[in-house]
Design a protein around this ligand. Structure first.
Ligand SMILES: C[S@@+](CC[C@H](N)C(=O)[O-])C[C@H]1O[C@@H](n2cnc3c(N)ncnc32)[C@H](O)[C@@H]1O
Length: 284
């Protein structure tokens, strides 16, 4: 049995309230597909039963599945390579980040998905560190979804995933073939990130719509391809909260197709060949 638009809106409103992710009516077809998946996973006979069970309130497994399946987790190693080139050439070489005894650089990827983004940074900065041994880095990698964070923490990737954007030299240096002991369940053997690369990365669940004022300030924040799903009001609030967590002259990297225009005046736009990067204004 199909759900009416007002029944679908009930689920869409819940997702927007908890995650800020908006389902406009034109995208209800995606929502229906996801609700069908949840009904199957919860052993309900159809989406109508799911709707009925949700009426007293959405909790527990239903809440987890609904919010988890509402997110788009698309990512890949070195996604939008020109951004990584810019971080390498312009940010790490900038006056703000140099000095004789620099403290560890604090980096946050705030919608890290299955981890390719933070591991790409760690691989890039590892090259930098070998040339500048005094330089060290710590990473916080967060996402709302526990499911994607589990993969990120495990650092396990399929052949297909490592073929998307990961240079062979980096694969050889930072990954090993999954051993029998590491493999579990029925999946085919994959590639595991070496512990050496993981050691400075902390993975943690964080919903950007919720409070994160307890986090210590960062020198560099990557907030890529997550705010596109938020309404303008939420985008403004989240960017302000992120700005409050970046040191003066620190950097914010958005997705290649994203911009802060009309959302924040806390940053100076720094343009480069194929994208943009934002530097926090002192005093903001
Ligand atoms: C499209 S992926 C982007 C991954 C990576 N940043 C990149 O650009 O390749 C978006 C990620 O944002 C996460 N996300 C969506 N809404 C969120 C929220 N309110 N708080 C934290 N993470 C959220 C999703 O779980 C998903 O993993």
């Amino acid at each position: 049995m199909a759900l009416s638009d007002s029944q679908l809106k009930f689920f869409a409103d819940f997702i927007e309230a908890k995650l800020g992710i908006i389902y406009v009516k034109d995208n209800y077809y995606q929502l229906i597909k996801r609700l069908e998946d949840i009904a199957t996973q919860m052993n309900f006979s159809n989406v109508e039963e799911l709707w009925q069970k949700a009426q007293p309130g959405i909790f527990g497994q239903m809440r987890m599945l609904l919010l988890d399946l509402a997110t788009n987790n698309e990512t890949s190693f070195f996604r939008d390579p020109s951004i990584f080139k810019f971080i390498d050439e312009k940010i790490l070489g900038s006056a703000e980040f140099s000095g004789d005894n620099p403290p560890p650089l604090r980096i946050w990827t705030c919608a890290t998905s299955t981890g390719q983004e933070v591991y790409s940074l760690a691989m890039l900065l590892n090259v930098w560190q070998r040339l500048n041994p005094k330089r060290s880095f710590t990473y916080l990698a967060t996402d709302f979804s526990e499911r994607v964070l589990d993969q990120a923490k495990a650092g396990r990737y399929s052949q297909l995933e490592v073929q998307r954007g990961l240079p062979a030299t980096m694969l050889v240096r930072h990954f090993h073939n999954e051993s029998k002991g590491e493999a579990s369940g029925s999946h085919s053997p994959g590639w595991m990130v070496n512990e050496e690369l993981k050691k400075n990365i902390t993975f943690k669940q964080q919903n950007l719509v919720e409070d994160f004022s307890a986090l210590k300030p960062f020198d560099l924040v990557l907030c890529r391809n997550v705010l596109i799903y938020q309404n303008v009001e939420n985008k403004i609030k989240i960017i302000q909260k992120i700005a409050d967590k970046i040191v003066p002259n620190g950097f914010l990297v958005m997705g290649a197709a994203e911009s802060l225009t009309g959302l924040s005046d806390a940053f100076e736009l720094r343009q480069f060949e194929r994208g943009a990067m934002y530097q926090k204004k002192p005093g903001k």
